[in-house]
Design a protein around this ligand. Structure first.
Ligand SMILES: [Zn+2]
Length: 434
């Protein structure tokens, strides 16, 4: 294995509270030394002057569509998109076909991820059999499998029955796993097309009230408190939900939460275009919600930025609004959207933003070798990016197999230059190596 010296970059490593110019020497897939002016004898020197070096990004929430919808994305194309986005770890949700509700499917997903080898793939297992919400899947068997699943979710759907969520939270305490819930009260969102508010009223589209998310968040928090289990809330999108999580954390509930870039960068105003690329679940909310999500990320109420990368085949997504499935791409734009929408306007400083993309999400799960610290002996899972580079998102140039990015045509700041997985380039000079 090669020896690499990442020279002269600004090392931002939230887990060790490091922020300053430092070299990183990588040897045999691991970080060998960190510090100023390291000796690069026998190492390939990679000039990182003017660039930020940080732990590889961690995405708690992606849909890679394999098995079942390989026309929309595969573990290979999704891994490539992830690496190009600076990620070294992604957690695919189980709503595939077949559903990842047993050891066989999660092991297949993990093995395929290893074969592709561009990022580490940590599959999420389903909470209920077939995600049908009727009976618990074999959580223990998935946890004990070669995939070592430590997070379960019926994402795409909420866990409707409180009794089942309680059982899952109780049962998974035995192996310290996390239950990640998609908070949505389906009885309030039946037929809903977008966020319920002024814009939905104007457009005449059926609305999805913030309460449909918040009442489930409240229920979930109460059950986490009751059971002592570990709860994670997916894609928190409303001000009320942020407030509920903040209050629960203050009283010691074991809860972590994530927000998606589109929920802090876009509002329901986008629906006026009737372009289904802006249709997503939960829906784009109002300005006050966007502001609350930004504040939640700033003060740590929301632990992580997670993309909810949801690729769709063109023939499915490029139809009229009402017929289109919800979901947006995110892996290749998340870092730049974060820098442009949160760091540049001053909501988060760069170190906090990097934390919410690396150490923050890593803390929500067990993801060995990810999230930092960048210290001697640690796996060399690293991202190197140019925080100042401006670029325009072009959906035709994405590595994802799908095209449904809501940021097409937007100028963003911040571009990934290199991504290293265990010391090997997955992305070099902005290009995937495989
Ligand atoms: Zn979801």
């Amino acid at each position: 294995m090669t020896r690499l010296l990442l020279q002269g970059g600004r090392l931002v490593d939230p887990a060790s509270r490091h922020d300053g110019v430092a070299d990183v020497l990588v040897d045999d897939g691991r970080v060998a030394e960190v510090g100023p002016g390291l000796d690069g004898t026998g190492a390939e020197v990679v000039d990182c002057g003017g660039l930020v070096v940080c732990p590889g990004l961690v995405d708690l929430h992606v849909h890679l569509r394999e098995p079942g919808r390989e026309d929309a994305e595969t573990i290979e194309t999704g891994s490539r998109a992830a690496a190009l986005g600076g990620y070294t770890a992604v957690c695919p949700m189980p709503n595939t076909d077949p559903v990842a509700d047993n050891a066989g499917v999660v092991e297949m997903v993990a093995a395929r991820g290893r074969e592709v080898g561009l990022v580490d793939v940590f599959p999420v297992g389903a909470v209920t059999l077939g995600q049908r919400g009727a009976e618990l899947a074999e959580l223990g068997a998935m946890a004990r499998s070669a995939a070592r699943v430590d997070c379960f979710s019926d994402d795409g759907l909420p866990i409707r029955e409180a009794r089942l969520l309680r059982l899952a939270l109780e049962y998974t305490r035995a192996f310290d796993a996390v239950i990640a819930d998609h908070a949505q009260d389906a009885s309030l969102t039946d037929g809903a097309q977008m966020h319920e508010g002024e814009v939905s009223a104007m457009l005449g589209l059926a609305g999805w009230p913030a309460a449909a998310e918040e009442m489930v968040v409240a229920r979930d928090l109460l059950l986490a408190e009751l059971t002592g289990g570990r709860l994670h809330l997916c894609h928190v999108s409303t001000g009320g939900a942020v407030e509920l999580v903040r209050a629960a954390k203050a009283r010691g509930v074991r809860v972590t939460a994530e927000a998606a870039p589109h929920h802090f960068a876009l509002t329901d105003e986008a629906a006026r275009s009737y372009d289904p690329v802006f249709k997503v679940n939960p829906p784009l909310r109002e300005k006050a919600d966007v502001e609350a999500v930004r504040q939640g990320l700033a003060d740590g109420t929301l632990d992580a930025i997670a993309t909810d990368h949801a690729p769709h085949a063109r023939e499915d997504k490029e139809v009229e609004w009402a017929a289109a499935p919800p979901g947006m791409l995110g892996l290749e734009t998340a870092l730049a959207v974060t820098l442009t929408e949160l760091v540049e306007p001053g909501y988060l400083d760069l170190v906090t933003a990097v934390e919410r993309l690396t150490a923050g999400p890593a803390r929500c799960r067990r993801l060995p070798g990810h999230g930092g610290p960048v210290a001697p002996g640690a796996a060399a899972n690293l991202a190197v990016f140019d925080p100042a580079a401006a670029w325009t998102v072009d959906r035709a140039r994405l590595a994802s197999r799908a095209r449904n990015t809501p940021f097409h045509g937007r100028e963003l700041r911040g571009r990934v230059v290199h991504t290293l997985l265990r010391g090997a380039f997955a992305v070099r000079d902005g290009r995937a190596t495989r």
